[in-house]
Design a protein around this ligand. Structure first.
Ligand code: PHE
Length: 472
């Protein structure tokens, strides 16, 4: 099947699709809570600094590599890396990482779908019970929700780049923005909401430690969908004369703006309902915030606005989270799917079938990691902690390999592709790029301190996660 490669029909199509990938569950809860716990405005400043000065150059490198080669990560690295083993490994890592992260993200998306279903069915009171989540994750109803989510994702992906990914993003992203704004307006009108805004925005530099800085970088990196081969793949669907540089900037700005705005929903909601909350006591885990804490907040809210209205607000919240998660999942599953299509010369629907089966099986295994199946619930012990299959996927791929993939693309641009060729690619569609400060900065940073910082993050994570040694 050697049809010519499909492309996004417009720059805005690409931007919405890439922003759809970037805006995910991390933006809605993980980012606002991390900011509030770790110095409020001070964290926001550091985060914005990382987005602009570390993440944007990597983003441009990924998009540039994709567009230059018109291939998905594996073949992109193989082609420009002249098929040397070292770069084939980088390409392989950029293909397997999204596959594994898709599994862990799929588990969470399926849970969100389950909660959405329950709130729509009028069961807010049930999901707000403290014991509900523990029972829910060990319930076989998971399978029904998994089937539904798989059908939705396949429905989008089988349409291909324009009729699938681009079209879905054009509908879903504006819907997401609208729901977010409606929720922010609603939450800000509650009594006491301003206490949350204060904790979120007032800077406290005394909270900034090495591990907070590391956390901010990891959050920014994940939030922009870097290191997962996604922007290489989407870059390969970008037309030759489209402007990568400005599109990349717009994607970064959109993602950061959504994360920031979500803080104006998440924190005020918490403090309006529980004014006595100590920010330090908020959970680091987005999972426990979304599935345990938030249902309780909505249930408490029914004392003020009534059960019906609180249920509607909860449904909008879970729908928002679901839309954010689906557009991210679509982008991440597209990476192994398109690699498979390319490598095996098979049709999109065949590739999707194979990926769908593989991801479903692994998702089922990962989802049974919470006690249902003992052998996946406790696979190994490292750094003194028993780990389930789900934990291993998060530790290895999300925490450890993501920054490694970022490091590899920097080294690739510096030593193999060469920075002048990278610049030439970014200049297509933006002929003024070589004269800009951004160009000088990107070429300098990507060849010097960005890989050093990522190497430090990588070593620190390996030491902390697998050996229990805190370096930073
Ligand atoms: N950027 C997403 C988020 O913030 C992360 C992600 C992207 C996860 C793509 C999976 C796939 O949640």
């Amino acid at each position: 099947m050697s049809t010519s490669r499909e492309h996004f029909s417009s720059k805005i199509g690409f931007i919405l699709a890439a922003a759809g990938s970037a805006v995910g569950i991390g933006n809605l809860v993980g980012f606002p809570v991390a900011a509030t716990k770790n110095g409020g405005g001070a964290f926001l400043l550091i985060y914005a600094f990382f987005v602009a000065f570390i993440c944007l150059p990597i983003m441009l490198a990924e998009m540039g590599l994709g567009r230059r080669t018109q291939h998905s990560p594996y073949s992109a690295y193989a082609e420009l890396g002249q098929n040397t083993k070292r770069w084939r490994i980088a390409g392989w890592l950029a293909t397997i990482t999204p596959f594994m992260i898709a599994v862990f993200y799929m588990v969470i998306t399926v849970w969100i779908f389950g909660y959405l279903f329950q709130t729509l069915a009028g069961n807010l009171d049930a999901i707000a019970q403290p014991t509900y989540f523990g029972e829910f994750v060990n319930d076989y109803s998971f399978i029904a929700y998994l089937v539904a989510v798989t059908v939705i994702i396949n429905f989008i992906l089988v349409g291909g780049v324009r009729k699938g990914i681009e079209r879905a993003s054009k509908i879903l992203m504006p819907t997401l923005f609208l729901m977010l704004i409606l929720l922010v307006i609603f939450v800000l009108t509650l009594d006491n909401a301003m206490a949350g805004v204060k904790f979120y925005l007032i800077p406290d530099f005394s909270k900034i430690t090495g591990s907070v800085i590391n956390g901010a970088l990891a959050q920014a990196f994940f939030s922009l969908s870097l290191g997962m081969g996604i922007l290489i793949t989407y870059g390969s669907y970008f037309r030759r004369n489209d402007d990568i540089v400005n599109s990349g900037k717009l994607v970064a700005i959109t993602d950061t703006a959504v994360a920031f705005t979500a803080g104006l929903m998440t924190l005020p909601a918490i403090f309006a309902i529980y004014p006595e909350t100590n920010p330090e006591s908020l959970s680091d885990s987005s999972v426990s915030m979304i599935f345990s804490f938030f249902p309780q907040i909505f249930m408490q809210l029914s004392n003020t606005v009534g059960y019906g209205f609180a249920s509607v607000a909860a449904s909008v919240f879970f729908l928002l989270a679901f839309v954010a998660a689906i557009t991210s999942l679509v982008s991440i599953i597209e990476v192994p799917t398109s690699s498979f299509m390319e490598k095996r010369n098979v049709s999109r629907s065949k590739a999707l079938l194979v990926m769908g089966i593989a991801i479903t099986i692994l998702t089922l295994l990962a989802a049974t990691s919470f006690g249902l199946l003992p052998w996946v619930s406790n696979v190994v012990t490292y750094a003194g902690i028993d780990k389930s299959l789900f934990d291993i996927i998060v530790d290895v791929f999300y925490d450890t390999i993501l920054p490694l993939n970022g490091l590899l693309i920097c080294l690739f641009v510096r030593y193999r592709w060469k920075r002048e060729n990278f610049t030439a690619e970014l200049s297509k569609g933006n002929s003024n790029y070589p004269n800009t400060f951004l160009h000088k900065y990107v070429n300098f940073a990507i060849g010097t301190f960005i890989p050093v910082i990522l190497a430090i993050v990588f070593i620190n994570t390996v030491a902390a996660k697998f050996f229990g040694v805190a370096l930073l």
